[in-house]
Design a protein around this ligand. Sequence first.
Ligand code: PLP
Length: 374
Amino acid sequence: MTPVYLDHNATTPMRPEAVAAMVEASRVVGNASSTHGFGRAMRGRVDRARERVAELVGAKPGDVVFTAGGTEANNAVLRGAGRARVVVSAIEHDSARLAVEAREEIPVAADGRVDLASLDRMLSASDVPAIVSVMLANNETGVMQPVAEAARLARRAGALVHCDAVQAAGKTAIDVAALDVDFLTLSAHKLGGPQGVGAIVVRGISGFDPLTRGGGQERGRRAGTENVAGIAAFGAAIGALADDVDATARMSRLRDRLEAALRAVYPAVVVHGASAPRLANTSCVSMPGVAARTQSMALDLAGFAVGAGSACSSGKVSPSHVLAAMGVDADDAASAIRVSVGWTTTDVEIDRFVAAWREVFARLSPAARLAAAA
Ligand code: PLP
């Protein structure tokens, strides 16, 4: 049987429109910095994509700086914004959380949402100029974060605000003005574009010290010849998203069906962050007594790809700093997998996955044996 891919938060298949744009731009020659016709045609592709990225988040095209992905964007902002204090939520993706060594972490509540009272206290405890970084939606649990509220507190304390919107983009509407952030991070491959392309949306007069120098590209904010094929594909993916108007509703229905079916198998199943507003596509679910690695291997053998642990990073299965920050007990955290549906997911795939989960649960979980004996 065809394997089923349910790890769309790690990366999602490219939209055909994005593949076509990538191939089209790869077939022609030209450096976007050259002033001749070949160069100007390449520049045109970059500019069109820039407009689409800006539109996606309600920004101006001039605010968009293309990067080689979300990791670079987070690093560029948090290391380059010139603020001595870097205050990040405890559940940020490692590319934000570990961008600077001397970080301060904002705790989160048990439901997975950033604790605003703690942020307020942290900000008023020092006059050192800060940048605050709070993601729009968490990659492991899907829990949406109170970014606009965090920004309000940050502004009052004179801090800059950064938001990693990598997982939220394409799954929920984003308006940088309503969020009132100075910097926003995007990544193409989470929304149907290619891997290795991303963007920083820089609002107003905010600036950052570039990570790369030695070229005037991106108005001096990111030196290096642009990845035109990737950038064009990023823009095309956003266009395809805009045309697929019911994608979020579809994902939401599939995710809810999946969780209801798992509850029917095991009523006490724990879905992390389920009491908070979440992305439409993400489910972080524990199978009692079965290590995430064991589950993901068993499911992989059966033909299902899911995320295990902090699976966003290089296939490693390590305890999740996100679940730890939420105060999830070590056993529950160790048995959590992430199931994330995407624009290609179907009802049949969900049914097949639930059957496989039921089989692994019955075979490996002590909770299934207890339930059977009761
Ligand atoms: N931020 C979040 C929330 C992510 O989930 C990821 C995914 O890996 C990244 C940043 C990194 O983005 P990229 O893979 O484009 O470097």
